[in-house]
Design a protein around this ligand. Structure first.
Ligand SMILES: *Cc1c(COP(=O)(O)O)cnc(C)c1O
Length: 359
């Protein structure tokens, strides 16, 4: 495909929520006026890139994504800055990861640069929807699904790439208030050799049961252990996890079942650039509990596009309850949050070349 992007503007723009209302709206429930669609057909490749009014997509009931789950997605954000217009944070990493997910799920690859250009064009068309109040942004959700009507089990011959946009306020109503997390001992999210590293819909479907039980017990998210030994720490729901132990920042190494977060990657780079010790390695839940008993754990936090940095105030593993930093956000977490959000909104200098100008 060489993007020959057609644009059909809506004749009935929706009413946009005010910046104030945005703070009250649940994450990901309001969508803008337009969406991006690109078709794929075997033999033809990706074609017919078009921005059209936001609305239902018609699908054959036999469309394979509905039966066998060939569906991947991405999540990134566009920010309105004071002086540099609208920008995105490292979207090239998201597009590269999307291709990793495609590869794993037998979805044909996309041209990362062309598709990102098309997404940026969509954001420009819906520019008025990019909010400007502190903490707000436009969430960008690209996804690809198999739409071929076919009930056999094989990779489909036709797909739709779509992108929708959703203005969002702060992810957590309490702001940076630490969350309570339940360590899952029974269910697993992913195993090595499986699809854990791919951002595919099925991973989330597999996690819902555990998430529901954790909610009922009063916890906001689940911490996953490795799928084989239930011993090594992997990640939290839709976020990666970090510990500050004896002044060293530690995060589980990527092993095929952990999702390689763009925020995770950025945190690692920042910590290193500050000259702080940073290690990606295996860390078991026993090791953490022992370090906790010895009062060596200074901070625990998770990272992801939606919340950026989310401090963890409490971890419950079987009968053991670990509480960190007196239920307050720690110094490293706060510094990371300030630095990343500062770069994202162009308040701080972009020393790493992470900011992408939408226009
Ligand atoms: C998307 C996602 C993350 C976070 O990735 P970011 O690129 O930082 O947003 C972490 N874990 C899972 C399972 C995810 O789907």
């Amino acid at each position: 495909m060489s993007v020959n992007l057609s644009i059909q503007r809506t004749e009935r723009p929706k009413e946009r929520p005010s910046e104030q209302e945005l703070g009250e709206i649940k994450f990901g429930t309001v969508f803008t006026d337009h969406m991006l669609l690109i078709d794929y057909d075997e033999g033809k490749g990706w074609h017919d890139a078009r921005i059209v009014p936001y609305g239902p997509i018609s699908l054959d009931p036999a469309a394979c994504c509905l039966h066998y789950g060939q569906l991947i997605f991405e999540g990134m954000k566009a920010y309105r800055t004071k002086e540099q217009g609208v920008v995105m944070f490292r979207p090239d990493r998201n597009m590269a990861r999307m291709n990793e997910s495609c590869l794993r799920m037998c979805i044909p690859p996309i041209d990362e640069k062309e598709f990102l250009d098309a997404i940026a064009q969509l954001v420009r068309v819906d520019d008025a929807w990019v909010p400007s109040a502190p903490g707000t942004s436009l969430y960008v959700r690209p996804f690809i699904f198999a739409d071929e009507p076919f009930l056999g089990v094989r990779a489909a011959y036709s797909y739709i790439f779509a992108t929708i946009l959703s203005p969002v306020g702060s992810y957590f109503k309490e702001g940076l208030a630490p969350v309570k997390i339940y360590v899952e001992n029974e269910y697993v999210r992913a195993v090595r050799g499986g699809t854990g590293f791919a951002k595919c819909a099925g991973n989330y479907a597999a996690s819902l049961k555990s998430q529901e039980e954790a909610h009922r017990a009063g916890y906001s998210q689940v911490l996953w252990l490795d799928g084989v030994e239930r011993k090594y720490i992997e990640e939290v729901g839709g976020m990666n996890i970090f510990f500050v132990i004896d002044g060293e920042v530690v995060t589980p190494e990527l092993n095929g079942s952990i999702l390689p977060g763009v925020t995770r990657m950025s945190v690692i780079d920042l910590v290193k650039s500050w000259g702080m010790p940073m290690s990606e390695r295996k860390i078991s839940i026993d090791e953490l509990a022992r370090a906790y008993d010895a009062r060596r754990v200074d901070e625990v936090f998770c990272t992801g596009t939606a919340a950026v940095i989310s401090p963890i105030g409490e971890l419950k593993w079987n009968d053991i309850v670990m509480r960190f930093n007196d239920g307050r956000i720690g110094k490293v977490s706060q510094r990371l949050y300030d630095e990343i959000t500062g770069i994202q909104t162009c308040v701080l200098e972009d020393k790493h070349g992470w900011v992408y100008r939408v226009g």
